[in-house]
Design a protein around this ligand. Sequence first.
Ligand SMILES: NC(=O)c1ccc[n+]([C@@H]2O[C@H](COP(=O)([O-])OP(=O)(O)OC[C@H]3O[C@@H](n4cnc5c(N)ncnc54)[C@H](OP(=O)(O)O)[C@@H]3O)[C@@H](O)[C@H]2O)c1
Length: 282
Amino acid sequence: MARWTVAGKVCLITGASSGIGLETASGLANLGAKVVMVCRNQGAGEAARDTVILKSGNSEVDLLIADLARQADIHKLATTIRQIYPQLDVLINNAAVASPRRTLTADGIETTFAVNYLAPFLLTNLLVASVIQSRSARIINVVSDQHQPVDFNDLGNEKKWNGMRAYARSKFALIVFSYELAQRLAGSGISVNCLHPGLVATGLSRDFPLPFRLMTRFFFSRPVEGARVPIYLATSPELTEVSGKYFKGCHQARSHPATYNRELAARLWEVSQHLTRHSSQK
Ligand SMILES: NC(=O)c1ccc[n+]([C@@H]2O[C@H](COP(=O)([O-])OP(=O)(O)OC[C@H]3O[C@@H](n4cnc5c(N)ncnc54)[C@H](OP(=O)(O)O)[C@@H]3O)[C@@H](O)[C@H]2O)c1
């Protein structure tokens, strides 16, 4: 098999307007990939794309607009991707939110769970059935070391709202999805891995109290350092056969023991299909 190289490959990254996503897009463009940036806001997206082109010198950078809190937007996004790109080589589900306030999406779903977990679940399933078909394609989910088991009786985090817990539960769900999808795609040549990028000073904590934001600014890494991990997972030739793993930094690690529970994974998959009204082929 030819040695994996990201040059010329189509790499799509969500949440590419800022932080780790923006730096990941720049890094991949710098390595010669054709980068597709998915952003929520047209103006911010265009500014981000200009930055990536300027920093990398690579003009093969596309911008697609979608609000991942809206399932209708995710369906439209998947349709657009199918129309433009015959195949995707790398999908990086990076977009996420963390909020001290509980809000609902237009679909009536708690926003953290919707954006951080259901959006990658739906988008990935819509694309796996069509454009992510090449052998050696890579699906990469950006999760967090801050993950804790979901409560099936409270997926909407209605009981005693806590923004950090809602975030941690959404990341737990995304890890479980990563392992389950890796199992379902075993033998297809498509790998699915997830990663914790480290503690990085970004806009993720923008709605949290000032002391917390100040702490992140002084003690956390810079986005370019956080981006090293998704870039590593997207580009490393030695990871071609590696799937269903959790990476902390650029090293494999163990996630919470409950993330390896296959019964929990099957239950979560079923609930997620119901919540996204999506029936995957697998
Ligand atoms: N920073 C850390 O310490 C840390 C630690 C562990 C894991 N992570 C993970 O790293 C990833 C990147 O986060 P970050 O730290 O770089 O934060 P960030 O700068 O806030 O980036 C988050 C990205 O997600 C996008 N996004 C949010 N809601 C969206 C929606 N409804 N539709 C489309 N895009 C949406 C944001 O777009 P807008 O610009 O439009 O808001 C932004 O581009 C996340 O998955 C996060 O959970 C971060």
